[in-house]
Write a protein that binds this ligand. Structure first.
Ligand code: ATP
Length: 377
């Protein structure tokens, strides 16, 4: 089944699986990508991100299912169109530039193979040097460039042949923090300006947010969620998505009102209301109570005094905690707290919270995410 509609589909992955020996790295993956769209693939190490990218690139063959590019079948278990015939270019984490070739020769490499005329080649390369701020560096060899400059050359080289689709495999992970932030914003701007379609694999949710029209969140060879960054952020479809979306405080409890619009979870002796974004109609369990998890973003917890709340937590949607430790993070403070039932909770706050102090934290109703154990595949 496909997940986007319209007749402008560039990439169509249908029921694709891939195993290495007995290990199934991808399990029946289906998705479609529109022309000009940027999809960022996120997920924990080993979930199958690179395997998926390699199948789209043509570097590897699926065991089942079909991959179409621009309407043409490029891969099944029985047929494989090679990478150079797919109109797809890839940018790797380690840049993979030719070390003995100048910046200019690296960028021209693909164009020469296409046998492009000298005049048109000069125009294209000139545009790319300008777009990627590489003017003046044409004659340098890659080892004479900084990491950021090498990455720009790799992007220019990949763009030069005007591919249908750019594949980016952790393109910024070798750069320092400041440069990563700068480059991801520049890349997002550049690809949108050129209308380039991009399939982008990353570990970094911030990079995905900066770049993507849609996020593809994977876990254990499956798609957990495919949606806009805003929707993934507001309604993470699984506890794994929630954790990637910053809600990594995880408290164990007992769900006591799953059928309500604002279900209730009991954490120790306190009851908390939240939402169940993974709940699809008809899947609510008939059991009246069940084990569950409450997931929260540390930045969205509001410390209040114990007097402001109620003992069972119901008045303010609050949890009683004791601060264990607090450290300064530059602009804010990060405290580690413990709930009355001994579970750990991180709180990010503008002012320090004193170690040893007992207090309550007020929880936001719309982003107190509750998941059932059944949701954990
Ligand atoms: P990372 O973020 O660490 O790069 P990933 O999500 O890209 O991880 P993949 O590289 O796609 O994950 O690997 C998915 C699973 O398949 C992993 O468990 C990995 O060990 C396994 N795997 C990948 N390539 C091979 C291979 N050639 N032979 C055997 N197993 C492999």
């Amino acid at each position: 089944m496909t997940q986007a509609s319209g007749n402008n589909i560039l990439l169509d992955i249908s029921d694709v699986s891939k195993s290495y020996g007995n290990f199934q790295a991808l399990k029946s993956i289906s998705l479609t990508m529109q022309q000009g769209e940027i999809i960022s693939v996120l997920g924990p190490s080993g979930c199958g991100k690179s395997t998926l990218l390699q199948l789209v690139a043509g570097l590897s063959q699926p065991d089942g299912g079909t991959i179409r590019l621009g309407g043409d079948i490029v891969a099944t278990a029985k047929s494989l169109v090679p990478p150079e015939k797919r109109g797809v270019n890839m940018v790797f984490q380690d840049y993979a530039l030719w070390p003995h070739m100048s910046v200019m020769d690296n960028i021209e490499y693909g164009l020469k193979r296409m046998k492009l005329g000298k005049e048109e080649m000069n125009v294209r390369v000139g545009e790319l040097l300008n777009l990627l701020h590489l003017e003046g560096l044409e004659k340098r060899l890659p080892p004479q460039l900084s990491g950021g400059q090498q990455q720009r050359v790799a992007i220019a080289r990949a763009l030069a042949t005007r591919p249908k689709l750019m594949l980016l495999d952790e393109p910024l992970s070798n750069l320092d923090m400041r440069l990563r932030v700068e480059m991801r914003t520049e890349m997002a701007y550049l690809f949108r300006k050129l209308g380039i379609s991009v399939f982008h694999v990353t570990h970094d949710p911030d990079e995905a947010f900066a770049m993507a029209d849609r996020l593809l969140i994977m876990r254990a060879g499956r798609i957990d969620q495919l949606d806009t960054p805003e929707q993934c952020f507001k309604r993470p479809a699984s506890r794994w998505s929630a954790s990637l979306m910053g809600a990594f405080n995880t408290l164990k409890g007992r769900i006591i009102d799953a059928a309500s619009d604002t279900p209730v979870i009991q954490i120790g002796s306190q009851t908390i209301r939240g939402i169940m974004p993974a709940d699809r109609s008809g899947t609510t369990s008939s059991r009246s109570t069940m084990d569950g998890l409450l997931m929260l973003r540390p930045e969205e917890l509001t410390p209040i005094s114990l007097q402001e709340g109620s003992a069972d937590g119901s008045l303010n949607n609050q949890l009683n905690v004791q601060i264990v430790h607090c450290s300064f993070e530059g602009t804010r403070w990060r405290a580690v707290a413990e709930t009355e039932c001994g579970q750990k909770l991180y709180i990010v706050h503008e002012t320090p919270l004193a170690a040893g102090e007992r207090m309550a934290v007020r929880l936001p109703l719309q982003s107190a995410y509750i998941y059932r154990d059944e949701d954990e595949r």
